[in-house]
Design a binder for this molecule. Structure first.
Ligand SMILES: *[C@@H]1O[C@H](CO)[C@@H](O)[C@H](O)[C@H]1NC(C)=O
Ligand SMILES: *[C@@H]1O[C@H](CO)[C@@H](O)[C@H](O)[C@H]1NC(C)=O
Ligand SMILES: *[C@@H]1O[C@H](CO)[C@@H](O)[C@H](O)[C@H]1NC(C)=O
Ligand SMILES: *[C@@H]1O[C@H](CO)[C@@H](O)[C@H](O)[C@H]1NC(C)=O
Ligand SMILES: *[C@@H]1O[C@H](CO)[C@@H](O)[C@H](O)[C@H]1NC(C)=O
Ligand SMILES: *[C@@H]1O[C@H](CO)[C@@H](O)[C@H](O)[C@H]1NC(C)=O
Ligand SMILES: *[C@@H]1O[C@H](CO)[C@@H](O)[C@H](O)[C@H]1NC(C)=O
Ligand SMILES: *[C@@H]1O[C@H](CO)[C@@H](O)[C@H](O)[C@H]1NC(C)=O
Ligand SMILES: *[C@@H]1O[C@H](CO)[C@@H](O)[C@H](O)[C@H]1NC(C)=O
Ligand SMILES: *[C@@H]1O[C@H](CO)[C@@H](O)[C@H](O)[C@H]1NC(C)=O
Length: 387
């Protein structure tokens, strides 16, 4: 009897001890999460169950693994008040079919550093209350947000990563973007932005990833892109900018993914890319590039995709191209290239498209590809070469 009592007593003690040890989320932050849940229409779901402490790993809160692109999670920092109180530092609500405006209440989470609301049906714009936030990482990708570029974001000067891709934002990019000097990643692709690229962008020298494809900008590709010396990924495809490709591009020696397409008005000769030793994707399609393809392109050891189609390139395919061992895709379609089609085109396992050029047919070439007819042979396409 005595020992049973003692056992029960120690169980109770243990329980109290354990709950005293599990740090609680700050009361006001619990309320804020409730408000956010109600506004987003996810209150009362098992994924947003605030009867359980989101920082404890109880219920669904402890779920570590999500299918790629889907996620509901709240991450806490529990070092407050000598490890007794937690604050929310990260929230992810990805691909949850949430159809609502963005709640201003997120700004009440003073320690929130990362917020990912990608792939929902959020509409409206960014609430002005967000000006006080100290986010380092924000993704709004794949929603229905609209209106002009939210100037309030330019007040969050600590932002490092910002993705607004795939929304309905319109109008020009404000000069105030210059205030976001910590930006490393800026993805504005697939919106309805217009106007010239603001000069302030040239001061954002920490950029490593800049994607503005699929918008409706005006004016030339600015010279100041040469200031982005840390850039690794630069996408300027189908954004209605004018050529030429500025010579300052040669400064961007850390590039590994460069995509430019559909330039208007003014052409250029092949840009000077010889110092870009890490390029794995090089797309310069429909950029009004004239002149010859430099020999060094064939010496880019890490190149996987090369697309130079729809330009006005002349001369022969450089002999160095036979060395492009890692390149799986080569598109030279619709240029004015001349000379013989090199033998490696026929023997390689790569996808090579050399159609719509002015190659001369070498009778020593494979005779199953007679001149002037369309040939789609596995791995390469010759199609019609202009006579
Ligand atoms: C969610 O919040 C809304 C608005 O406060 C409320 O009307 C609704 O009853 C709540 N739903 C659940 C399941 O708690
Ligand atoms: C809080 O927890 C950390 C990690 O467990 C520990 O290193 C630190 O000493 C604790 N601080 C206090 C004040 O208890
Ligand atoms: C979102 O809606 C689609 C289509 O109705 C459905 O298949 C999917 O399961 C929903 N996702 C979530 C997380 O509720
Ligand atoms: C957002 O969507 C809701 C519901 O579909 C709609 O009532 C509201 O007008 C929309 N707001 C904006 C700014 O588009
Ligand atoms: C920015 O994104 C990079 C790459 O995903 C990540 O490693 C880094 O932690 C992010 N920065 C912040 C401040 O969240
Ligand atoms: C680049 O980032 C660092 C560290 O985040 C920051 O101190 C610096 O001011 C930024 N560079 C520029 C040009 O603002
Ligand atoms: C390039 O960056 C430097 C250093 O931040 C700055 O002084 C200069 O004005 C920038 N150039 C342009 C054209 O923005
Ligand atoms: C892009 O802007 C031009 C000039 O303002 C306009 O004529 C054109 O319709 C726009 N295109 C798209 C796809 O919005
Ligand atoms: C190819 O060159 C011919 C003759 O110089 C010219 O008429 C034609 O426009 C050029 N084609 C392309 C795609 O630039
Ligand atoms: C291509 O270059 C040729 C020769 O320089 C020139 O005659 C032709 O007009 C150019 N075509 C285009 C579309 O730029």
């Amino acid at each position: 009897m005595k020992s049973v009592l003692l056992f029960m007593f120690s169980l109770i003690l243990y329980k109290n001890f354990a709950s005293a040890q599990a740090p609680k989320l700050d009361e006001t932050e619990v309320k804020v999460l409730k408000e956010i849940g109600e506004k987003l229409g996810i209150n009362g779901t098992k994924e947003w169950d605030l009867d359980k402490n989101p920082c404890s790993g109880e219920g669904n809160w402890g779920r570590g693994e999500f299918p790629k692109g889907f996620e509901v999670s709240v991450n806490c920092d529990c070092s407050f008040e000598q490890n007794a109180t937690c604050r929310v530092v990260r929230i992810a609500l990805k691909s949850q079919n949430i159809s609502a405006a963005i709640p201003p209440e997120f700004s009440k989470l003073r320690y929130l550093k990362q917020l990912d609301l990608s792939r929902n049906y959020l509409n409206g714009t960014i609430p002005p209350q967000w000006a006080t936030m100290r986010l380092g990482d924000l993704s709004l990708m794949g929603n229905r947000l609209s209106g002009s570029f939210p100037r309030v974001l330019t007040r969050i000067t600590v932002l490092v990563n910002l993705s607004m891709e795939g929304n309905r934002f319109s109008g020009s990019i404000p000069e105030e973007i210059v205030n976001m000097k910590n930006l490393q990643k800026l993805v504005l692709a697939s919106n309805e932005f217009s106007g010239p690229l603001p000069v302030g962008l040239g001061k954002l020298t920490n950029l490593t990833d800049m994607r503005i494809s699929d918008n409706n900008f005006t004016g030339k590709i600015p010279d100041f892109i040469g200031n982005w010396t840390q850039i690794q990924k630069l996408h300027l495809q189908g954004c209605s900018l004018e050529g030429p490709i500025p010579s300052s591009i040669s400064m961007l020696t850390k590039l590994n993914d460069l995509r430019i397409s559909d330039l208007k008005t003014t052409g250029s000769s092949f840009p000077k890319l010889q110092k870009m030793e890490d390029l794995s994707k090089l797309i310069l399609r429909n950029c009004l590039i004239h002149g010859t393809i430099p020999e060094y392109v064939g010496n880019m050891r890490t190149l996987k995709t090369l697309d130079l189609s729809f330009n006005n390139l002349t001369g022969e395919i450089p002999s160095s191209f036979s060395e492009l061992g890692k390149t799986d895709y080569i598109y030279l379609t619709d240029n004015n290239l001349t000379g013989p089609i090199p033998g490696w085109v026929f023997s390689s396992s790569k996808t090579v498209d050399v159609s719509y050029n002015r190659f001369t047919w070498d009778s020593s070439g494979p005779n199953e590809c007679p001149r002037g007819t369309i040939n789609m042979v596995e791995g390469y396409s010759l199609s019609t070469n202009k006579q």
